[in-house]
Design a protein around this ligand. Structure first.
Ligand SMILES: C[S@@+](CC[C@H](N)C(=O)[O-])C[C@H]1O[C@@H](n2cnc3c(N)ncnc32)[C@H](O)[C@@H]1O
Length: 199
């Protein structure tokens, strides 16, 4: 049962996925409030959010900044919910939402000023491949920002079973960012870790 719930956090599906995705979104709004100002978005920036969930971040950024924001998520429930929430931004060509697996989705390289993800890297069994892909998608000097909960906090929750959740330490993540060739790696702890680096 706990692993079933954990899988719903990774990729919400069906009726249960709808309920969990709404609870998760409500719980994660404060994290978006903390992370978005840290992205230091400039006019005309092109931004990518990986694992946009119900599209709270895409909505906030499109409403508050003069930029273009794309997102990719592999849950159909999330894609539908986020598309509904962001329909005006999509119509006004301020946002686009893709439905697919970031790890296998074909994307044009060197096109983003900022790539970010909140509560997603737990579901990547290795960080090497996704970090290299993100680096390739960024323009030179572009920013990558990760938000993740500390390993100890994840371990306290019963549903974050090891079969589904990779509970990375901050050192594991920063070491892999370094190995993947990112520079200016920094982090702060504010509810969760906000880790920033540049290509
Ligand atoms: C725990 S939820 C977090 C949602 C949102 N970022 C938040 O913090 O509220 C993880 C999200 O990432 C998506 N996701 C996980 N792995 C993915 C992948 N490989 N490609 C695309 N989306 C992914 C899931 O479908 C889900 O919407």
């Amino acid at each position: 049962m706990l692993t079933y719930i954990a899988k719903q956090f990774r990729k919400p599906t069906g009726f249960c996925g709808k309920i969990i995705s709404k609870m998760m979104t409500k719980g994660n709004v404060p994290a978006y409030d903390i992370v978005i100002p840290e992205l230091h978005i400039k006019p005309k920036d092109r931004i990518l959010e990986i694992g946009y969930g119900l599209g709270i971040g895409i909505d906030r950024i499109s409403s508050d900044y003069d930029c273009f924001v794309s997102g990719i998520d592999f849950s159909e429930i999330m894609f539908r919910g986020a598309s509904k929430r962001n329909k005006d931004h999509i119509r006004n060509k301020k946002a686009e939402l893709c439905y697919g697996d970031f790890l296998t989705f074909n994307m044009v390289e060197c096109q983003y000023d900022i790539v970010f993800c909140l509560n997603v890297i737990y579901f990547w069994d290795s960080l090497d491949e996704p970090f290299s892909k993100i680096k390739a998608l960024l323009k030179e000097g572009g920013t990558f920002c990760i938000y993740m909960l500390p390993r100890e906090d994840l371990a306290k929750a019963k549903f974050t079973t090891d079969e589904v959740f990779n509970k990375y330490t901050i050192d594991q993540v920063s070491d892999q960012l370094k190995l993947s060739g990112f520079k200016d790696i920094s982090y702060q702890l504010n509810r969760g870790y906000i880790i920033k680096c540049r290509k």
